[in-house]
Every structure is written in C-alpha cells, then in structure tokens.
Design a protein around this ligand. Structure first.
Ligand SMILES: [Mn+2]
Length: 330
C-alpha cells in the first residue's frame, strides 16, 4: 500500500509544475509503457493547464502500440526551469539510459517522483512511491489515484490494466494477489478494454517468434540434475529472422515439463550467452543458481549473462541388442 501522505505530497509537488515529464525505463514492457501513459494521462486530466510529456529512450514496441497515446512517446526530454519529473517502473537511473546525458534528472536539480514496485529500487528521486508488495507499477498508480480520489478514464484504465496483466503473466504468476484481482475489477469498472489487451498481448505472435519458439521446444533436454534445458544459437535467430527479444515467454513452455527441479533457456547473443531460469518448486532457488554466474533475480525466476558461445554436446551410449531393438535410449 502507498501511504496517503505520500500520495498527497505527490499531488503538491506536481501542482507546482510548469511541465510534467513522465519517464519509464528503456526497452519498455507492458508495465513500464502502461504506467507511463496511464499515469501521464491521469496527470493531464488533473492539471489540464500543465503540459505533460512522455519519454522513453526506446519508444513503445510494436506489440504495445495499441495503448492509447502511444504516438506521443518521445526520446529524452529537453529540460526547462519549472519541470517536475515522474519515473515509472524504473529501479535505478541507468535503466532510463538518460543518466549520462541528463544528470540534472537525478542529482536533485529537478524535483522527481519515483513510482515503482521493484524491491531493489535505489530511491534516486525526491519522493518515492515504491511498494515491493505490488505486482506491477500500474497497480501502484491505481492505488495512488484511489487514495487521492482521482477519476480513471477508460483510456487510462486500459493502459493501467495492461501493466497489471503483463507483470502477472495474464494473472497466472504467483504474484497475483487478491489485491491484483481487486485492481482488475477496479479498472474494468473504469472501462478498461480487457479483450483488446488480451488479444494484443497474449494472442498475437509474429511468425518469426513462433519459429524461434519451435526451435526452443525441439531442443529441450532433460538433465541428470532434474532440469529441463534448451538452447538457441545465433544461427537459430538468423534462420528464423527473430530478434533476441522474441525469445521472451518461451521459457514458460520449457518450465511446463512435470517433475523438474528447474528449467533453463540458453541463448547466444553477440558474443555472450544469456541464461533464463525458472522453477515451480519452493525448495529450489534459481536466483542462487544464477548468482554462480554473476546473475540474479527472484527465487522462482532469474537470469544471467556470461561472455562466450554455445557448443552443442552429443552423448552416445552403446546398449545391449535387445534394448536397441526396442528403440530405447540411455
Ligand atoms: Mn513492472
């Protein structure tokens, strides 16, 4: 929960703004883009005289361009006297990729508000509305709006519901608390276009993505340690025409193999190997596994990146004639 006094203080900081600049992390996901646009449009409806602008170094990816006002997202801002900044879903300055070009955003020159749910948020702003118990930053925006009695329009609700959906994997991940369901109900009542979100986010896939995922599924090996492990190489990305980002989500299928301790997808990208780890078990901590490769994350979902390339290894075992006839493999 966000404290009412913090929500009130946010209102007082923003009511002094000559302009409100909204910023989210680079490479925006549904929660970053949804909170950025939903939060920014909310400020716009509250202070119609104050110009509100939306900034992200990478712009909104094609799959999220159904979001209202997405065409208004620009790159880094040109700062002016009287600006107030709100950062969305951003755990630390470098994730904006504006930390070097725009130090005034982070050194206290410009008053800033940080709205985020990452537990490792470095609290780099003036006022922090950070709630690690929230499943998404969009959930926090709804919480703030309700604390201060702000009205959500259907467009704002659609943006915010997108983040609630994407950060919970369509209400399937273990972070889907009863508060999440209450937030969903709240946003549907406000007119959020649920089916538009479901269709765009969960029922749309490029052919290149499906072909890449086909290779991931085909390459699954079950290891002696009880892992379902798959890998794709640079040649797989080239052959399918898929971008690295299109691998996102494939691991959920690898993680579906019953009885496994963990699942892992390795991918070669530009001289490095990225590993994504998942587990469904309480007695396995994949963030510790990722830590042995200088990675990190959560107990159930973690990742790492190491320099190098993947080399396939094939193991053959000689079996008795009977077993060979039955097509058994050791
Ligand atoms: Mn998020």
């Amino acid at each position: 929960m966000i404290l009412r006094k913090d929500a009130e203080q946010m209102r007082s900081i923003l009511s002094q703004a000559k302009r409100i600049l909204c910023i989210c992390h680079r490479n925006p996901d549904g929660d970053a883009a949804g909170a950025l646009l939903g939060g920014g449009m909310l400020f716009e409806s509250l202070w119609p005289q104050t110009p509100v602008s939306f900034h992200c170094i990478d712009g909104v990816p094609a799959g999220l361009q159904f979001l209202p006002a997405t065409a208004r997202v620009q790159g880094a801002p040109v700062l002016q006297e009287g600006d107030r900044v709100v950062f969305f879903d951003c755990a630390e300055p470098k994730l904006t990729d504006m930390h070097q070009s725009h130090p005034a955003l982070f050194d206290g020159t410009i008053p800033s508000i940080v709205i985020d749910h990452h537990p490792d948020n470095t609290r780099f702003g003036t006022l922090h509305l950070v709630d690690p118990s929230a499943a998404s930053s969009c959930e926090i925006v709804v919480d703030i709006a309700d604390q201060v009695g702000w009205t959500l329009t259907p467009d704002i609700a659609t943006c915010l519901l997108t983040g609630v959906y994407t950060d919970t994997g369509g209400l399937l991940h273990s972070n889907t608390t009863s508060t999440v369901y209450r937030t969903v109900a709240r946003l549907l009542r406000a007119g959020a276009k649920r089916q538009t979100i479901v269709q765009a986010v969960f029922r749309t896939a490029q052919v290149s993505t499906l072909r890449l995922w086909g290779r991931v599924l085909e390459n699954i090996q079950i290891t002696e340690e009880g892992g379902a492990v798959s890998a794709v190489r640079e040649s797989d990305f080239r052959a399918t025409g898929a971008h690295y980002s299109e691998l996102t989500g494939a691991i959920d299928y690898v993680n579906a193999v019953p009885g496994m301790r963990f699942s892992m997808v390795l991918s070669e990208r530009g001289g490095a190997v990225k590993g994504s780890l998942r587990t469904l078990r309480d007695d396995v901590d994949v963030s510790a596994m990722a830590g042995t490769f200088s990675g990190g994350g959560h107990r159930r979902a973690a990742g790492f990146s190491v320099q190098g390339a993947l080399k396939p290894e094939v193991r053959w075992t000689v079996v008795e004639p009977e077993a060979a006839k039955n097509g058994e493999e050791a």
